[in-house]
Design a protein around this ligand. Structure first.
Ligand SMILES: Cc1cc2nc3c(=O)[nH]c(=O)nc-3n(C[C@H](O)[C@H](O)[C@H](O)COP(=O)(O)O)c2cc1C
Length: 387
């Protein structure tokens, strides 16, 4: 990658292309792909086109303020780095590089259960507010253990992801023979002409790539053993009692990620949950699930402003985010876009991605004639056609 990547990466779609050029195909597709026919993956992005803006440019929009408050934390922009497993596969120490970029931009970093680093490793002064993401395991004591470790390590909020108890079938990974840890056959090596920068950076790292949070004393710590353990640990019998269990254990904001049904939003409030993330896991789990932005209005109605509603899936423009915020979301999370940033240029790449969103959100608000995030409302949107 030459030094002119910033010029070439002038929007998020271009950052995706730069990542595609940098990464071996199986690694790029691991992040880029979705489940089965990738219908939900595509609809997540396409659905934004169903909303149009109705600007009011004569309201004076000289000073635009993107800041928001979330669970007592001040964010400089309404964009959060969502949890993604194995970020350290895209750049050496990718999770810490991304977390530093989040702090630089004035926002929150969510660490995945499946990070390469251990959750305790995100503890330097260059790292700001962090949220920890967990699953429900057959052995509940392991969920509790992760939760207690996160509490001790000073994480501000806990995210329970609920849409991953069965693993979605990501068919690109099957076609590519993507495995954990990545193994490259002759065909892959031939296809890797032009990927030398990633190879140089990552080949020395590959033996260290593992699921850091799953390492236990006296047990095998190589990634293959841990990946097998992790899948067999997830409990498909998970239910609302598990939310109650976490509510009792976790002292701080508890967030459920992966809700799409308004009844579940109402139930979450009854169970004492502090926030929800409307999400279909970026189209990586249930193919055919409703697009995040399509699901959002009913979720906003169901929560009736009692708890903050966040959303992720398909945000590739600041203007996409304005649509979600105008519908009532408090903040938007990004998954793949920060991975494209870190793959391209490490911490600098993620800073650049966050900066692109910042610029686009600011410009969109200016053109709409709105100066504060709190002033965004459905009035700036033209009522959409029924799906
Ligand atoms: C490579 C990759 C790994 C992910 N790992 C996790 C994870 O460990 N936990 C989780 O809750 N979500 C995970 N997600 C889902 C993201 O948090 C997020 O819901 C999704 O990527 C949002 O869609 P977007 O990629 O279109 O922004 C992952 C997504 C990707 C692309």
């Amino acid at each position: 990658m030459g030094s002119d990547w910033k010029r070439k990466g002038f929007n998020i779609a271009q950052m995706r292309q730069l990542a595609e050029r940098t990464l071996p195909k199986p690694v790029f597709d691991f992040a880029d792909g979705g489940a089965e026919d990738e219908r939900t993956l595509r609809r997540n992005e396409d659905a934004f086109a169903d909303y149009q803006f109705r600007p009011q440019p004569l309201r004076g929009a000289e000073h635009i303020d993107l800041s928001i408050e979330l669970f007592g934390t001040h964010l400089s922009l309404p964009v959060i780095i969502g949890p993604t497993g194995l970020a350290g596969l895209f750049w050496p120490d990718g999770e810490r590089a991304t977390a530093r970029a989040a702090k630089h931009a004035g926002t929150i970093y969510c660490l995945s259960h499946g990070s390469v680093c251990r959750l305790e490793d995100l503890n330097s002064p260059e790292i700001g507010p962090r949220w920890m993401q967990v699953f429900i395991y057959k052995d509940r004591s392991f969920t509790i253990e992760l939760t207690e470790r996160a509490q001790a390590a000073g994480y501000h909020a806990l995210i329970l992801t609920v849409d991953n108890q069965y693993l979605g079938r990501r068919e690109r990974d099957l076609v590519n023979g993507f495995s954990i840890p990545p193994r490259f056959g002759i065909k892959d090596v031939i296809a890797m002409a032009g990927k030398s920068a990633w190879l140089r950076r990552m080949i020395p790292e590959l033996p260290r790539i593992t699921f850091g949070n799953y390492i236990r004393e006296g047990q095998a710590s190589d990634i293959k053993a841990l990946a097998g353990r992790m899948q067999s640990l997830l409990d498909p019998a998970m239910n609302w009692n598990d939310v109650d269990m976490l509510r009792k254990t976790w002292r701080g904001p508890l967030i459920i990620k992966g809700l799409l049904h308004p009844d579940d939003a109402r139930e979450a409030i009854k169970r004492g949950v502090d926030g929800i993330i409307v999400s279909n896991h970026g189209g990586r789990q249930l193919d055919g699930a409703i697009a995040a932005i399509d699901a959002l209005p009913a979720m906003i109605d169901a929560t009736d402003q009692k708890i903050p509603v966040m959303v992720d899936g398909g945000f590739r423009r600041g203007s996409d985010m304005i649509k979600a915020l105008a519908l009532g979301a408090r903040a938007c999370l990004i998954g793949r876009p920060h991975l494209w940033g870190v793959s391209t240029a490490g911490e600098e790449g993620v800073r650049h991605v966050l900066d692109l969103y910042r610029q686009e959100i600011t410009r969109t608000m200016g053109l709409l004639g709105v100066t504060r995030i709190a002033d965004l409302s459905p009035h700036v949107l033209v009522p959409r056609k029924a799906i």
